[in-house]
Design a protein around this ligand. Structure first.
Ligand code: FA5
Length: 356
């Protein structure tokens, strides 16, 4: 490769020039006492119209070989200067922060801004509290599906389709075609519906377990009925079932009383049992709890499990007896939190929900 003497000379002079610029720039960066001066220095040497860029332009007519070498050299110098520039910038910023903290304009002891986190819905709270109390009394938690068959929701609970008691539970029936259900199931268990109460869980559990049985089954239920201050179309119940030898109404009374005392944290809470009718219990009663204003609110239906129901659950009705109850969780929450309209729970109004 042949080197033209003129180009070699220019190369050396220019390389020297860059070394001088570099030295100058380093001194200026080193000297910088604040960020503004540092930025100026950057512009002066490393900016688009800075000294390095200017010098770069001036070797336009240099031979290719020398041009290349000079380019490599300049890039090295630029990198070196940039690194030193950024290091200096960090140092100056640190000094600035320390000064500000010292002057008290940034109080590092102030508590930070808390991120907003959600909280439990009042019904969920009440559900969990009720579960804990029943668990402490030895009950296990069972579950069943919200989409039920006619058999579990009605027939197995001693309510065949001709029975007038079906009218007690206005029902959302599901269209079979929409559900792609197997016809075999319809033949044996009847049409599908949204469960109107949690009582079908009793049957589902008894089919798989023999006494002693002591369960609760909390969950959502649905009724095709008009809403008002104490009735929703969709609400929560908590079912209870205890089956063993020699279970009597006295056992039920003791347990439900203990539950209410704990739940309302009041040893003198007043409850009353009213005679009632459910096809799946005999005798049956309704449980009312006294509200703070002295009036009564119906909280649960209950009774001694009907022998036909034990049979449907494959349990020997001659040997075992049991009690069952179905309590409205929403109504429990209404009394606990003094809420006079059940519909508030489902409107998702944050002004209401934020109170819990
Ligand atoms: C039943 O649903 C029976 N399955 C209860 C039962 C279980 C009886 C086991 C015997 C043995 P009832 O329809 O009364 O019963 O409802 C029970 C409770 O659910 C009521 O006491 C009430 O607290 C609540 N409840 C009923 N309907 C509504 C409604 N539309 N909105 C809110 N809560 C309701």
């Amino acid at each position: 490769m042949s080197h033209n003497l003129r180009d070699v000379k220019i190369y050396f002079f220019m390389a020297l020039d860059f070394e001088i610029i570099k030295k100058e720039a380093l001194e200026a960066i080193e000297k910088a006492g604040d960020l503004a001066y540092l930025e100026e220095t950057f512009k002066k040497y490393l900016g688009k119209k800075g000294k390095i860029a200017e010098a770069f332009e001036s070797f336009g007519d240099l031979a290719l070989e020398e041009k290349k070498e000079l380019g490599i050299k300049i890039n090295q110098i630029k990198k070196e200067l940039e690194n030193i520039y950024f290091q200096k910038e960090r140092e100056l910023k640190d000094i600035l922060i320390k000064q500000k903290v010292g002057q008290g304009s940034a109080d590092i002891l102030l508590p930070g801004i808390k991120p907003e986190i959600g909280h439990l819905h009042p019904i969920t709270k009440v559900k969990r509290e009720a579960e804990e109390i029943f668990k402490s009394m030895g009950f296990e938690i069972a579950q069943g599906p919200e989409v039920e068959t006619e058999w579990y929701n009605f027939d197995a609970l001693n309510i065949p389709d001709w029975h007038p008691a079906r009218d007690m539970w206005d029902t959302f029936w599901l269209r079979q075609s929409e559900l792609k259900m197997k016809n075999e199931k319809i033949k044996t268990e009847g049409k599908l519906l949204l469960r109107t109460h949690t009582s079908p869980v009793q049957i589902r559990y008894m089919e798989k377990h023999q006494p002693p049985i002591k369960i609760i089954a909390p969950g959502r239920v649905f009724r095709y009925e008009a809403t008002d201050a104490s009735h929703e179309m969709q609400f929560y119940q908590i079912e209870g079932l205890m089956v063993a030898e020699n279970i009597s109404v006295a056992n039920f009374k003791a347990i439900i009383q203990a539950f209410f005392q704990k739940f309302f944290d009041d040893k003198n809470i007043k409850i009353r049992l009213r005679p009632s009718y459910f096809p799946f219990t005999e005798p049956s009663f309704e449980i009312d709890v006294s509200k703070p204003d002295g009036t009564w609110m119906e909280l649960a239906g209950a009774g001694m499990v009907h022998p036909s129901v034990l049979k449907a659950g494959k349990i020997d009705a001659n040997k075992y007896t049991g009690f069952a109850f179905g309590m409205g969780l929403d109504r429990l929450a209404m009394i606990k939190y003094k809420i006079n309209d059940i519909r508030l729970f489902y409107q998702n109004d944050l002004r209401f929900l934020n109170q819990f």
